[in-house]
Design a protein around this ligand. Structure first.
Ligand code: PEP
Ligand code: MN
Length: 252
């Protein structure tokens, strides 16, 4: 890890006001950089796919508590609505939006970046695509830059690659490629975060993999933490309690 470690944490998905306000209280105590309040969830099969637009008010509530919210966005209008609502309601807030691993349409990637305009308090994070390809990953970054996002508002996140065909002794949900990630970091000079939750896929693996990742010069972590992981509507197996989160941070 580098000296200033950026920490984004919170539940996989925003599920209810109670869950998010509880999470915001814990995030505030720990002064994390951003709280995950993710409103749109790409799902393998139909199911709970997020609170959507009606959850934007939760991001406003979190921002009013002095905690900066973060959410995945899937189409450009999501970015526009979150930025307009949250940053207008709370002039001191920052928001972080991210493009998920499965959102691999270059037109949408460019348009999300374009929809973010010149708003200095809105940051964009792009995750790598599910399949291993340096060229494709570089392409995502080039597409959002082409859409007009400035480099000082752009971050990258590694969440591993689909394990198909890779050696995977610990049964990681996705297999990390630290070498490729550091190539991207050196070439782009952008901050690169690691996502031990979607890479590891289980609490044990999150602990195991964060120690591995600590040997590389990541600039931060995005970690899933839920007030009651067992009852989480998405990714229940990999979400930590706040107590586990505190233990985890001692390892980095
Ligand atoms: C997420 O971060 O909520 C997510 C869905 O992860 P990924 O895009 O890495 O699959
Ligand atoms: Mn998740």
């Amino acid at each position: 890890m580098t000296n200033k470690t950026i920490i984004i944490t919170g539940p996989c998905a925003a599920e209810s006001e109670e869950q998010i306000l509880l999470s915001a209280k814990e995030a505030k105590k720990r002064q994390v950089d951003f709280l995950r309040v993710s409103l749109w969830k790409p799902r393998t099969k139909p199911g709970f796919d997020g609170l959507g637009e009606k959850g934007i008010e939760l991001l406003v509530k979190v921002a009013k508590m002095g905690v900066n919210p973060a959410t995945e966005v899937i189409i450009p209008s999501h970015a526009e609505k979150v930025i307009d609502t949250v940053l207008t309601a709370v002039p001191t807030a920052k928001v972080l939006l991210w493009i998920g691993a499965r959102n691999q349409n270059h037109y949408i990637q460019q348009e999300i970046a374009r929809a973010m305009g010149n708003e200095k308090r809105a940051y964009l994070m792009v995750k790598n695509q599910p399949w291993p390809s340096l060229e494709h990953w570089e392409g995502i970054i080039e597409h959002v830059l082409h859409g007009g996002i400035s480099k000082n508002r752009l971050l990258i996140c590694h969440r591993g690659f689909s394990p198909n065909g890779h050696a995977n002794p610990y049964g990681y949900r996705n297999v990390p490629d630290y070498e490729m990630t550091m190539k991207i970091k050196n070439k782009t000079k952008l901050p690169v975060l690691f996502d031990p939750s979607h890479t590891g896929g289980s609490v044990d693996n999150v602990f195991r993999i964060v120690k591995e990742a600590a040997k590389h010069s990541f600039d931060g972590l995005i970690i899933e933490v839920h007030p009651n992981p067992k009852n989480a509507k998405t990714d229940a197996k990999q979400q930590l309690t706040w107590k586990q989160f505190d233990e985890l941070l001692k390892l980095v």
